[in-house]
Design a protein around this ligand. Structure first.
Ligand SMILES: Nc1nc2c(ncn2[C@@H]2O[C@H](COP(=O)(O)OP(=O)(O)OP(=O)(O)O)[C@@H](O)[C@H]2O)c(=O)[nH]1
Length: 346
């Protein structure tokens, strides 16, 4: 008789969380807290470090189902192929009963661009079947972020790609500086909830199973506690982001129409956008009302990888069409004009 499989009911796809943030932001600290707090969940960890030795894995004080170390390069560039290989290897070992884990957390280097890492999960069909990219969590260092944001464009990308923004070291800054940082983060990425990491308090419910890459009608749900989108706009009582307040290269834009958009025209508009500006588009999500269609059309994407599907019915909800785009050097006038051509006036 063969040995009992330690993982008798494998759940596929396996959820993956990408934990990112600039150097020293507090990624490993947060990972340790996730491993401690998410009791009962078997979490395998992939640690990436530039140098030849992975110090971070030694800093993991809590038990993980497995720690895979990836050194001597950054996941987003030199060792990206290794990431796919390691993920497939972990799954094979899980299938064979050698390993038991329910989810994976990937801790990136502080200099990683999350874009190529995200694309890995969609570009490889085998990975896409085995794994579900759940969310990008970005840790932002309250003390150093204001300066890092100016000096290191990769931090803007880490924030722009995030499904959840977690501010560390907030005790180290004055209240008004913290408010200014929060506003700046909300302007860069209005769709990611922002939470302060407070020592000893961590609700993993906000960090795991976010389903940030799923196509569903909650993509832009501003009244969902887990995704208070458009925070900056709501705070200002306006739906226009104050883009003059800061000159961050990465920013966001909300395109909104109180009604339907034409399916062909919006398809052409989005396709043109991806063709021309795909490299600069970090994340974009949309919930659209299409004439004659009782269900919401939802779409989302990263760079040029986009997915569309029909979500839940509008029923008694007021039909409206909204797209939020987070990207670099967004051509606001072009985007607004292009979107305006798609609207269907009642
Ligand atoms: N005061 C304070 N210190 C923190 C907090 N989070 C992390 N730190 C400290 O910041 C330092 C860096 O934390 P790490 O968790 O190693 O950061 P990291 O992002 O994993 O760092 P790298 O892997 O080097 O990029 C450590 O000394 C932590 O103890 C926080 O919320 N408050």
């Amino acid at each position: 008789m063969s040995a009992p499989n330690p993982n008798p009911s494998p759940r596929l796809p396996i959820p993956v969380t990408v934990l990112t943030g600039f150097l020293g932001a507090g990624k490993t600290t947060l990972l340790n807290r996730i491993l401690t707090t998410a009791r009962g969940q078997r979490i395998a960890v992939i640690e990436n470090e530039f140098g030849p030795v992975n110090i971070d894995s030694e800093l993991l004080v809590q038990q993980s189902a497995e720690v895979v170390e990836m050194t001597n390069g950054c996941l987003c560039c030199t060792v990206r192929g290794d990431l796919a290989k390691n993920l497939l290897d972990l799954k094979s070992r899980r299938d064979a009963g050698e390993l038991a884990f329910d989810r994976i957390v990937i801790e990136t280097t502080g200099l990683a661009d999350p874009g190529p890492i995200i694309q890995t999960f969609f570009a490889d069909p085998e990975l896409a079947e085995a794994y579900l990219l759940d969310a990008v969590l970005t840790v932002v260092d309250a003390v150093h972020a204001p300066r890092q944001l100016t000096e290191h464009p990769v931090l803007l990308k880490q924030i722009g790609f995030a499904d959840s923004l977690l501010v560390s070291k907030s005790g180290g800054v004055a209240a008004d500086a913290l408010d200014a940082l929060m506003d700046r983060l909300a302007r860069i990425n209005p769709r990611a909830p922002i939470r302060q990491l407070v020592a000893g308090e961590l609700d993993v419910g906000f960090l795991l199973d976010i389903r940030g890459f799923n196509l569903n009608e909650n993509l832009l749900a501003e009244d969902t506690p887990a995704s208070p989108c458009f925070r900056a706009a709501a705070k200002n009582g306006s739906r226009v982001f104050d883009r003059s307040a800061h000159s961050d290269e990465i920013s966001s834009l909300l395109l909104e129409h109180a009604g339907d958009v034409d399916l062909d025209r919006i398809g052409t508009f989005v396709q043109g956008l991806l063709d021309r500006h795909g490299d600069d588009l970090l994340r974009y999500k949309g919930v659209l009302a299409i004439p004659g269609q009782v269900n919401r059309l939802v779409f989302q994407g990263v760079h040029r990888l986009a997915g569309f599907d029909y979500g839940v019915a509008w029923n008694d909800d007021i039909r409206r069409s909204r797209i939020v785009v987070i990207g670099r050097r967004l051509q606001e006038d072009e985007l607004r004009a292009g979107f305006a051509e798609c609207v269907v006036n009642a």
